[in-house]
Design a protein around this ligand. Structure first.
Ligand code: NAP
Length: 542
């Protein structure tokens, strides 16, 4: 458990909408930030004190604290606001407990009348080189809290911000020690008068935020490392800044307020982590076992820089207590050179989807093959001599072919680009066939010699491929089973084609959960709560 707070930002154009949002935020927030800059000008009559007072009276009474923000567009606010409007706003006595003011307005306002004051700095384009000077400047305003929000495009962009949090922490510790000494001295003098004073319990606080998907982990782990507050959106889809996590996810999925500096940190390490189901699945498992562990998105484009600057004990610049990763596209093969140990299955497949970190050493495994096979054996049974058409020749196909061979099946790989697929065929000594576009296949007999069809291409996946299928119903007729690795959407176009052909099917979610359960076993040595993991992934998917 930590002392941090979750602040839910509400942002609406009309007072009525705003009030609805506030009511909705109440259960989730410790502090509710009212983004006055979101309100339409006509709703918030800045220069009409009476009207504005009327507006203010409409705000629902709440046990939570309100935070006032009125940010101009150039500093990340939602509309153009003139200096005159800002001056008037900050000098006309709104009375919420908290105020968040930008640096440039502080000296000219009655900001000091607010009980608790945040002085904030935002950079939506990157991370400034002079972060420390900015911090010192904000500190010099004598605000109660300094907020610095910068934009991270890659995960290592977050390092300087995190170092700032560490700097603040050590400053606070030495200041506390100094104050304590002064107080002790004073109490010694006062003892003759039988009087004592207590040390102050408030020091400058800090809110460091790295915006963007690559910075999301700072929003989740910040509170555990001393950050005063983290900002959350009301719902997924109503974010007021890039990379914001919903308040419900922060509380219930990531348990951000329950984490501390000893929390074991795991994460999904990939080039695009925004829509991953893994945090839902793995955090459900950690919660089930009541472990002090969390699973966060770690979006890294430059894997080498991430491993060097944030992971490897000899070279890392910050300490995050990383214990393991789920590795995904495009790092499954390139991670291998960073490992101290490679498991035999991962070596044979030539890809790693699981890293465990223990005693400073990195161990690589591949649970995709096991995850792929478990639901297949459940639905099909013995695979000996079963003829399987594997569509696609990427990372997932390698794991599937390996798994099928170990189970005694006879896989054939179908790929659109035979040259690219050659290494897979050679490595596993399997037959390779061309996969022409569906519309170019005549007659429709490509899969007539097979028992099972497995799709490992992204065709059918949410986004640009959603309406596509690697095979049509007339081509599937006669097969015993169709297995689609794609899991978003839950029911893919290929699965609909299988229904049409009356062929049994398995969707990708079963494999996702099974490979995740095997990862849990590697990381925690405990039996994974498969039902909870599956439910969490499914709920998110829906
Ligand atoms: P990958 O390494 O990028 O391989 C994708 C393969 O599909 C490549 O052979 C690629 O061919 C082929 N492909 C791409 N677009 C195609 C198209 N339009 N038509 C025909 N073939 C096409 O990706 P991966 O890691 O193997 O993942 C593939 C899919 O499996 C993804 O949808 C992923 O989400 C899913 N997956 C699911 C699980 C699970 O647990 N359910 C686990 C792993 C992967 P080229 O080389 O010619 O581009």
């Amino acid at each position: 458990m930590n002392n941090g707070k979750i602040c839910v930002s509400v942002c609406a154009e009309t007072a009525d909408e705003l009030i609805e949002q506030i009511k909705h935020a109440e259960d989730l927030a410790d502090i509710i930030e009212i983004r006055f800059d979101c309100l339409d000008k006509s709703e918030l009559s800045i220069f009409d004190d009476k009207k504005r007072y009327e507006f203010y009276k409409k705000l629902p009474a709440t046990k939570k604290s309100y935070l006032t923000t009125f940010r101009p567009k150039e500093q990340g606010g939602s509309r153009e606001i003139t200096r005159e409007e800002r001056d008037h706003f900050w000098n006309s006595g709104y009375e919420t407990e908290w105020a968040d003011c930008e640096e440039d307005i502080i000296e000219d306002s009655f900001y000091w009348l607010w009980k608790e004051r945040i002085c904030s700095y935002h950079d939506f384009d990157g991370v400034p080189d002079d972060l420390i000077e900015i911090y010192e400047r904000l500190k010099a305003t004598n605000a109660d809290v300094v907020k610095i929000a910068v934009r991270a495009y890659d995960i290592t962009d977050t390092i300087s911000l995190w170092k700032l949090l560490e700097r603040w922490k050590s400053e606070r510790e030495s200041l506390k020690a100094k104050k304590l000494k002064e107080i002790e001295e004073l109490n010694r003098k006062l003892s003759a008068l039988k009087n004592t004073v207590s040390p102050p319990d408030t020091f400058l606080r800090i809110i460091p935020i790295a915006m963007g998907e690559s910075g999301k982990w700072t929003r989740i782990l910040g509170l555990a490392h001393g950050a005063f507050m983290t900002y959350a959106s009301l719902d997924s889809g109503s974010e007021t800044a890039p990379g914001q996590v919903s308040a419900r996810d922060l509380r219930e999925v990531y348990r951000a307020k329950e984490l501390d500096e000893t929390t074991e940190v795991y994460g999904i390490l990939g080039g695009s982590t925004g829509v991953s189901l893994s945090p839902y699945m793995h955090n459900a498992a950690f919660r089930y076992h009541n472990l002090n562990a969390v699973f966060v998105p770690l979006q890294a484009h430059d894997l080498n820089a991430f491993m060097r600057r944030m992971v490897k004990p000899a070279t890392r610049e910050i300490e995050l207590n990383f214990r393991g990763f789920s590795v995904t596209i495009p790092h499954k093969r390139s991670i291998i050179e960073h490992l101290d140990y490679l498991d035999e299955t991962a070596r044979k497949i030539g890809a790693v989807n699981t890293v465990k970190i223990e005693g400073g050493k990195l161990y690589g495994y591949n649970t995709d093959a096991e995850g792929f096979l478990a639901p297949l054996l459940d639905s099909y049974g013995d695979l000996t001599n079963t003829r399987v058409a594997v569509l696609g020749a990427g990372g997932a196909a390698r794991a599937c072919v390996y798994a099928l061979q170990t189970a005694g099946a006879r896989p054939t790989v179908f790929a659109r680009d035979l040259t690219k697929a050659r290494s897979l065929a050679d490595d596993f000594q399997v037959e390779l066939k061309e996969l022409p576009k569906t519309e170019n296949r005549k007659p429709k007999t490509l899969f007539t010699d097979f028992d099972i069809l497995v799709n490992t291409t992204p065709l059918g996946m949410k986004g640009k491929f959603e309406n596509e299928t690697p095979a049509t119903a007339d081509e599937l007729a006669g097969l015993q089973l169709v297995y689609d690795l794609v899991y978003t959407p839950f029911q893919t176009r290929l699965m609909a084609e299988a229904d049409k052909a009356e062929v049994p099917k398995i969707g990708g979610l079963a494999m996702l959960v099974a490979q995740g359960a095997a990862q849990q076993k590697i990381w925690t040595n405990l039996e994974a709560p498969v039902r909870e993991m599956s439910r969490a992934a499914l709920e998110r998917l829906r």
